[in-house]
Design a protein around this ligand. Structure first.
Ligand code: E4P
Length: 211
């Protein structure tokens, strides 16, 4: 499973990219707003740090407005992926951008029928939100599993990005369900290194060296 970082924070991206395991970046309007900078400026800077797909989200609007915004965003860099909302206009924009050869990421996916629509529109990526589904009282892990079955049944080429990841269990569940990618906040990525037995083992070895 490929690992993307889910943030618009340049320092976090810089640090995580040094590990050599981050192959893409996803942003969203909340993450951009947190940085207090223009979407275009943040995205441009991210392209200098990560050589992989970088999702930039268009404003929820008519398909015409979203397509126009997408055409401007892709001028920033060849790695830009246009993130579109799971709405009729978002799907219409997805179909049009697909026919123009522009990569897309359909976001805010919470069900198999929604994922199916995105696949049929030729989405490059589909982002089901694990954490928010759990918060809603359903299972994010189960959602990823069911979407993977649907995609494999028909051989769709859309890749699943497990999103809204809140903890290590989500990372594990996404990987066991066969998600292509997980987009992970920096705080959770750092936790992926950790296990108390690793710390205890390091302690034991350090003590042994001193004897
Ligand atoms: C996905 O691309 C989104 O940016 C993100 O995973 C949303 O997660 P949240 O539910 O923590 O806002």
């Amino acid at each position: 499973m490929k690992l993307f970082i889910d943030t618009a924070n340049i320092e976090d991206i810089r640090q995580a990219s040094q590990w050599g395991v981050i192959s893409g970046v996803t942003t969203n309007p909340s993450l951009i707003a947190k940085e207090g900078r223009k979407l275009e400026d943040v995205i441009k800077e991210i392209t200098t740090l990560v050589d992989g797909p970088i999702s930039a989200e268009v404003d929820e609007s008519t398909s015409e407005v979203m397509v126009a915004q997408a055409k401007e965003l892709v001028k920033i860099h060849k790695n830009i992926v246009i993130k579109l909302p799971m709405t009729p206009d978002g799907i219409k924009a997805c179909s049009e951008l697909t026919s123009l050869g522009i990569k897309t990421n359909v976001t805010l996916v919470f069900s198999v029928p929604q994922a199916l629509m995105a696949c049929e529109a030729g989405a490059t990526y589909i982002s089901p939100f694990m954490g928010r589904v759990d918060d809603f009282g359903e299972s994010g892990a189960d959602l990823i599993e069911r979407i993977m079955v649907m995609i494999n049944n028909y051989g769709y080429e859309s890749q699943v990005i497990a999103a809204s990841i809140r903890n290590l269990a989500h990372v594990e569940q996404a990987s066991l369900a066969g998600a292509d990618i997980a987009t992970i906040p920096f705080a959770v990525l750092k936790k992926m290194f950790c296990h108390p037995l690793t710390d205890a083992g390091l302690d034991i070895f350090a003590k042994a060296k001193k004897q």
